[in-house]
Design a binder for this molecule. Sequence first.
Ligand code: FMN
Ligand code: SF4
Ligand code: SF4
Length: 308
Amino acid sequence: MNSMIEINTDTCTGCGLCLKVCSRKILKMSKGKAKIMDYPDWGCCQCGLCMSVCPSQSIQIAGLDYSEFAAPSDTKMGFEDLEVLLSSRRSIRSYKDKGIDREVLDKVIRASALTPIGSPPTNTEVLVISKREHIDDLYQDIVRCWKKTMKSMNNPIYRVVSGRVAGANQYHALTSHALPSASICCEATDSGKNIFAFDAPVIILFHGNKLGVCIVENCWLAASYACIAAHALGLGSIFSGMIPPIVNMNAEVKHKYGIPVENNVYSCLMLGYPAVKFKRRIPREHKDVRYLNTNPFYVEGAVEKERC
Ligand SMILES: Cc1cc2nc3c(=O)[nH]c(=O)nc-3n(C[C@H](O)[C@H](O)[C@H](O)COP(=O)(O)O)c2cc1C
Ligand code: SF4
Ligand code: SF4
């Protein structure tokens, strides 16, 4: 892996910046020049941070090209503008009957690739579904599979087996939230309302190999950036907690949409042009925020209280 790194010792000024930023800490200084360590603990992961910082373009990572690295912009968005952008985003449950141009979708996808990555290179894969017939087809599959799952869950043996397979947390999420929600969504479907996918004209599935490092987080970060980028482009969006589990439980659904069976869908973002305009931003706060000011090991009486 480390043969991927080439350093031009004629132009390297020995500034050491690449050592400071290297995500694998595999570079060192030798005779005033950057050099790959003799016995690095890791291989180069091609994150490109060294190339991003090098003033003289002296370090070259295989597969990366300086001509594709854009200069960072001097014009920074101020915090107030960013806060307005973030706080004016809303989950949209009503869409105009209007598709999204490919260039606009490309921008959303481009932005979604700019997140931090658990362990570069990225393992996130993206499926964009933007044709009406495909969206309708997926919707039919989702409804059919949820109905089948709800029916199966009436069977005590199926319940025990799925509890074992899913694990305690997933099973709790399934029975306490997903199944009751699915029941409501399926009933709505029977009366002609699509509250699984809200008739959004585009659905994006973020997926990856189940064993991939930080794959859940990578998919969620990508989906979050996509959601913000969509809002900045005048689109509305909403996450679906109902689509990923049902796709993941059904190999034939995965197969139909070209999702490898060893992959899972971790986040699903539906988007389109909003049919409603919100007039106010909603204040939002975390459940709890604490700044730890005292030594946590010596909170008076805390240990005794725990023991009681
Ligand atoms: C992980 C996750 C899953 C979600 N799944 C659904 C869903 O299946 N159906 C839905 O109507 N909204 C879903 N939402 C949207 C939230 O319910 C939404 O954020 C909430 O209504 C608050 O509105 P806001 O996003 O405009 O602040 C989901 C959001 C997240 C983060
Ligand atoms: S690409 Fe990343 S891991 Fe490889 S040498 Fe550069 S900074 Fe280090
Ligand atoms: S950042 Fe570039 S010039 Fe500076 S030490 Fe690394 S390779 Fe050499």
